[in-house]
Ligand binder design. Structure first.
Ligand code: NAD
Length: 293
């Protein structure tokens, strides 16, 4: 049993508290005992769990694991503080808002012999799992992934970081990418932003475009247009709904890592994918800033 704390009581943090307080699916390893939650606001007990201070969470010997569910802007500092205090960390994506800080934190975790796990529930959704199966054996000719959503909340970083889930889809489906160009259109008054990034796949040099568009009245949706040698996919397939929720699936993966049950080559491949995506996100941000100046 690993004593745990949840930091940040928003949407993700509340789901984490619920999942950490419920019993694990039978046969699952890596049980957590939730010792408290940390919030900037003074709050009553949440789902039977008590609020504790950030300092207590760092200092207490009965807490070995931190779940960081705060806005993206504070991930870096929170991860560093918990790793330095000798705690394992599960952080909601994106790990940080720069590639270099993520590299430093991965090195710090390794040096301390701790697990630093970045949640990627988007890879666990039924539609993504089905899409991945559906494209096996097909050769991509060109593709487009367009995400729309409401205005970005403050503290979530540049669009290439807040939207890293979409970039992770592309990299998980088509392998490493090289960035060719990126643009940003912004209308602050309307809280509107549109980022367009153009890539080539590294193995076949095929063009891929990622658009992240946010503003008032834009519904949360993903549109795909993937042209393969044998067919064109314009709709996400409906995958089989699973009995275990997405955050719980992620918690089980984190638990397996803590138990040493994930093979080293799998851990390395995951780390490479995470850092590759963060490096692309960093480059996209720089590209947009340079072209705006
Ligand atoms: P949210 O705005 O609902 O929650 C963020 C919470 O963190 C807020 O309650 C805020 O008060 C709290 N917080 C911020 N700084 C804090 C601090 N210093 N100490 C304690 N609490 C602090 O956002 P969310 O949707 O829950 O997203 C949180 C994280 O989860 C983000 O990194 C996001 O990218 C990630 N994520 C969210 C989802 C989702 O479905 N909501 C899915 C995947 C990943």
């Amino acid at each position: 049993m690993l004593g745990s704390v949840v930091v940040g009581l928003g949407i993700a943090g509340s789901v984490r508290i619920r999942d950490l307080s419920s019993s694990l699916p039978s046969g699952s390893e890596g049980k957590f005992a939730l010792k408290g939650f940390v919030s900037r606001r003074p709050l009553e007990d949440q789902q039977g769990v008590q609020q504790i201070t950030f300092e207590d969470a760092l200092a207490r010997n009965d807490i070995q694991v931190a779940f960081i569910c705060t806005e993206n802007i504070s991930h870096e500092e929170h991860i560093r503080r918990f790793l330095e205090a000798g705690k394992h960390v599960c952080v909601e994506y994106p790990m940080t808002l720069s590639y270099s800080s993520a590299v430093d934190l991965c090195a710090l975790a390794q040096q301390k012999g701790l697990v630093l796990h970045e949640e990627h529930i988007e890879l666990l959704t039924p539609d993504f799992k089905q899409l991945k199966k559906d494209i096996v054996g097909k050769q991509l000719e060109e593709g487009n992934l367009h995400f729309t959503g409401g205005p970005l909340k403050p503290g979530f970083g540049f669009l290439s970081f807040s939207g890293i889930a979409r970039l992770t889809w592309l990299v998980d489906l088509f392998g490493e990418l090289s960035l060719k160009a990126a643009t940003l259109v912004k209308d602050e008054e309307r809280q509107y932003m549109k980022m367009t990034a153009h890539f080539l796949t590294k193995d076949q040099n095929r063009p891929l475009t990622w658009i992240e568009e946010r503003g008032e009245g834009l519904g949360r949706a993903k549109h795909i247009h993937f042209r393969f040698d044998s067919c064109v996919l314009t709709e996400l397939p409906a995958g089989q709904k699973e009995p275990i929720g997405l955050f719980m699936q992620d918690q089980l993966l984190f638990g397996r890592k803590l138990q040493g049950d994930v093979p080293p080559q799998e851990l390395e491949a995951e780390r490479n994918r995470i850092l590759h995506c963060l490096q692309l996100a960093d480059n996209i941000q720089r590209f947009c800033q340079n072209t705006a100046n």
